[in-house]
Design a protein. Structure first.
Length: 113
């Protein structure tokens, strides 16, 4: 199983930025591809961004150009830099491997208009 701890969420105004972190208890280099997902109220959990072991990235269309996923294999940490936040980005954000096998507790991101 993958043990992950997300942090960095909070309440921000639209247009502002937040940076999320995901600390893994296992080597993320060994795990391989990692990803950020989000789940808005009454909606399914969706993939937001993924990053391969060699740092190739991919994003869902709605966050392209605003969000950046990165990883530090030496720290076993995955990051999500979120800029130009919009109210529709409000969700619980989760980190997991890709495809996902287990989940952390998530971190709440709320963007006010």
């Amino acid at each position: 199983q993958v043990q992950l701890v997300e942090s960095g969420g909070g309440l921000v105004q639209a247009g502002k930025s937040l940076s999320l972190s995901c600390a893994s208890f296992r080597s993320i280099f060994v795990i391989g591809a990692m990803a950020w997902y989000r789940q808005a109220p009454r909606k399914e959990r969706d993939l937001v961004a993924l990053i391969t072991r060699n740092s190739i990235t991919n994003y869902t269309d709605s966050v392209k150009g605003r969000f950046t996923i990165s990883r530090d294999n030496t720290k076993n940490t995955v990051y999500l830099q979120m800029n130009s936040l919009k109210p529709e980005d409000t969700a619980v954000y989760y980190c997991a491997d890709y495809p996902p096998h287990s989940w952390g507790q998530g971190t709440q991101v709320t963007v006010s208009s």
